[in-house]
Design a protein around this ligand. Structure first.
Ligand code: CA
Length: 231
């Protein structure tokens, strides 16, 4: 017997919350509900939730701020509920650490399908994140996350793909063109500075976690490689 997964819903509109609670229950999940961002964060701090569904427009603080704060202490999947197209841009573009979003009005079935997908991806984390490796990086391809010196990196999708590509073969030099092909193959807009700007933000994110030698090596006129070894 497995325990039903506990899902935290942070949403102030009663009709939406009720629909979600009803649907999640009928699908065998254990929903818990908060109407305010602060209460939601408190509940998340208490632990035990497998996933959070988070409304962007909350009365006391924005869902973006809730997500940003939650990411300082938890890496459970977070799915945003949003009513506006410009909010989607922020969810996708900003480094919030959100895993997915659903636009209002939505069908409860759609939300449950997203929940199921995210939980499936997140499930193997506990089994695979045991640090049995000589690398300072740990990739969890299932959940799309990378740890550096044991700390979870808060990466955008492209930063994740970029770092993952470099880590596939530490020491190998990847040219900008190769990285563009492998990481930005589905991107609508890129520029010749795309790789360089993402390398720059990656470097600063690594530095925040561990102040040490630069793990990303620039090879002038050739490209980039990564030094993933311990020491
Ligand atoms: Ca709302």
């Amino acid at each position: 017997m497995t325990m039903p997964a506990s899902i935290l819903i942070i949403e102030d509109e009663p009709a939406i919350a009720d629909t979600l609670i009803y649907t999640l229950k009928s699908e065998g999940y254990l929903p818990q509900h908060c109407t305010l961002g602060r209460a939601g964060l408190e509940a998340l701090r208490g632990g035990g939730h497998a996933l959070a569904i988070l409304d962007v427009g909350l009365p006391d603080m924005s869902g973006f701020d809730v997500c940003r704060e939650a990411r300082t202490f938890t890496d459970i999947p977070i799915i945003f509920l949003t009513a506006r197209a410009d909010e989607i841009d922020r969810i996708v573009g900003l480094e919030l650490g959100a895993d997915d979003y659903v636009t209002k009005p939505f069908s409860p079935r759609e939300v449950v399908a997203r929940v199921r997908t995210r939980l499936r991806r997140a499930a193997p984390v506990a089994a695979t994140s045991a640090p049995v490796s000589d690398s300072v990086f740990e990739i969890d391809a299932e959940s799309g996350r990378i740890r550096f010196h044991g700390s979870l990196l808060d990466l955008t999708r492209y930063e994740y793909l970029l770092l993952k590509t470099l880590l596939e073969r530490p020491g190998r030099i990847y040219s900008r063109e190769e990285l563009m092909d492998r990481v930005w193959s589905d991107a609508l807009e890129t520029s010749d500075r795309t790789v360089d700007t993402h390398i720059k933000t990656l470097r600063s994110k690594l530095k925040v976690i561990h102040e040490e030698k630069d793990r990303i090596v620039t090879h002038r006129g050739m490209g980039y490689s990564i030094d993933a070894g311990k020491t």
